[in-house]
Design a protein around this ligand. Structure first.
Ligand code: SF4
Length: 215
């Protein structure tokens, strides 16, 4: 899309440690895109949304390091300027909202040209470009899954319409259950632990950035 006059809209872009899943603890630039196809991001629409438990602000370009970018090279340079690591391969996690509404082959190529390993965290409703280095799919409720393979399937648990058995046969290297946050977090954590003990294909993923106070 870049090169055809389409801008990328970014909510925020910052350097931190990945807090969840198989890459927990790894230094990364988080690139959060504006917009999602399963919820508008507005509270008044939450009850009617496909995905109702979202705790992320992905509306507007007003976050730290947010903005509109005219093309892939401009956004890749912006991401590269935020990488703070002195050594090791630069790593960027493209997230949202739903990043695959905007993240395209041109931007992945531009990030690769800046030396980055490129990861995506997607709800799986849009097929991921093959040039990505790490694909994490997090299925949501009744939304139809189109990305059926990848590195990591990270399921927020429990979701009545998206229980683990539905995804256990898909072609992912890692399977994680992550307790749904909110008032039931403790009970959800206990339920995740019980499920992983009974079904060792699944591992527990905790949101360590919330424990440590990282962004
Ligand atoms: S799919 Fe992800 S970003 Fe979209 S509403 Fe659900 S949790 Fe939020």
């Amino acid at each position: 899309m870049a090169g055809r006059g389409v801008t990328y809209s970014v909510k925020e872009c910052f350097y931190t440690l990945q807090g969840e899943g198989a890459q927990t603890g790894r230094a990364a630039v988080f690139l959060r895109f504006v917009g999602c196809n399963l919820w508008s991001g507005l509270e008044r629409d939450r009850a009617d949304a496909v995905c109702k438990f979202c705790d992320t602000d992905f509306v507007g370009v007003d976050g730290e390091g947010g903005g509109k970018f005219a093309d892939a090279d401009a956004l890749a340079a912006h991401v590269a300027a935020r990488w703070g690591g002195a050594s090791g391969k630069p790593y960027v996690v493209c997230t949202g909202g739903e990043p695959l509404l905007q993240l395209d082959a041109a931007l992945i190529a531009a990030l690769h040209a800046c030396g980055f390993e490129v990861a995506v965290e997607t709800n799986g409703t849009i097929e991921a470009p093959a040039s990505l280095d790490w694909v994490c799919v997090s299925p949501k409720s009744t939304a139809q899954l189109r990305q059926l393979s990848g590195d990591e399937l990270k399921l927020v648990f429990p979701q009545a319409d998206a229980m683990p058995g539905k995804f256990a046969g898909l072609a992912f290297r890692h399977f994680f259950l992550q307790p749904m946050d909110g008032p039931q977090r403790e009970a959800n954590t206990a339920a995740c632990i019980a499920y992983c003990l009974a079904n060792p294909q699944w591992r527990l993923s905790l949101q360590t950035h919330k424990v440590t106070g990282m962004p």
